[in-house]
Design a protein around this ligand. Structure first.
Ligand code: PGA
Length: 253
């Protein structure tokens, strides 16, 4: 059975005190809403991770938003997978379109980061998504397949089973435009069929595939009702405890 997950991506927001205070609110609210096997994750800037992992308990897991692709060494200003793991984080977002775009992260670099995350027992939340141009010119299936093949399809089955995939159409991130439930379901089914072609039915059926891009309390339930959408990766709405908790509630409806 695949896990239902709502993961927050705080991006480059909140100073230390603001982060601790928002996170404490989220933990208190999520306690009452989370059911059974559902998982809430907050992916925060590095400076927050140590404190949040102590506050999160079993109700909210912690993730980073990036790691370096090397184990350690002379890489001034960088943070390794081992460092992130050592403070109690369990997840790391990789392949986010903002890093692909602003930090020029290539599929090859992301494949290396994915491997180093897994070898340090960090689970990747691996993001893929097409731009508006790619959506409009019809090349999006090909683009998404390339991101999957180059980024994560060379993993062993054992490692691949630890990966969460997030489909985030670039044109929907932070824009207020959301993929319709049907558009999102179409892509999620496509992703699952590509996983099946590579790893077989059981692995595909067990893989959690999240939707991200202007997901909010108003649209979450209709997205999560789709059969291949297993939760969400939430940017803006994860900065408000009520909105984030309401999105988790939408998993139950
Ligand atoms: P958004 O961001 O919810 O603000 O659109 C989603 C993301 O970038 O992960």
């Amino acid at each position: 059975m695949r896990k239902k997950i709502v993961a927050g991506n705080w991006k480059m927001n909140l100073d230390y005190n603001e982060g601790v205070s928002l996170f404490s609110e989220i933990v208190n609210m999520v306690k009452d809403e989370r059911q059974g096997d559902q998982l809430a994750i907050i992916c925060a800037p590095f400076i927050h991770l140590n404190s949040l992992s102590k506050l999160g308990g079993s109700d909210v897991a912690i993730g980073a938003q990036n790691i370096h692709d090397k184990e350690n060494g002379a890489y001034t200003g960088e943070i390794s997978a081992k460092m992130v793991k050592s403070i109690g984080a369990e997840y790391v977002i990789l392949g986010h379109s903002e890093r692909r775009q602003y930090q020029a992260e290539s599929d090859e670099l992301l494949a290396a980061k994915t491997k180093i995350a897994l070898s340090n027992n960090l689970k990747p939340i691996f993001c893929i998504g097409e731009t508006l141009d790619e959506r409009n010119n019809g090349s999006y299936y090909e683009i998404l397949k390339k991101q999957l093949v180059n980024g994560i399809f060379s993993l062993t089955e054992e490692d691949f089973r630890k990966v969460v995939i997030a489909y985030e159409p670039v044109w929907a991130i932070g824009t207020g435009l959301t993929a319709s439930p049907e558009q999102a379901q179409d892509i999620h089914a496509f992703i699952r069929s590509e996983i099946e072609a590579n790893y077989g039915f059981n692995v595909a059926d067990d893989t959690t595939i999240l939707y991200g891009g202007s997901c909010n309390p108003g649209n979450a339930a209709s997205l999560f009702a789709q059969k291949d959408i297993d939760g969400g990766l939430i940017g803006g709405a994860s900065l408000k405890s009520r909105d984030f908790t309401d999105i988790i509630k939408a998993l139950n409806s």
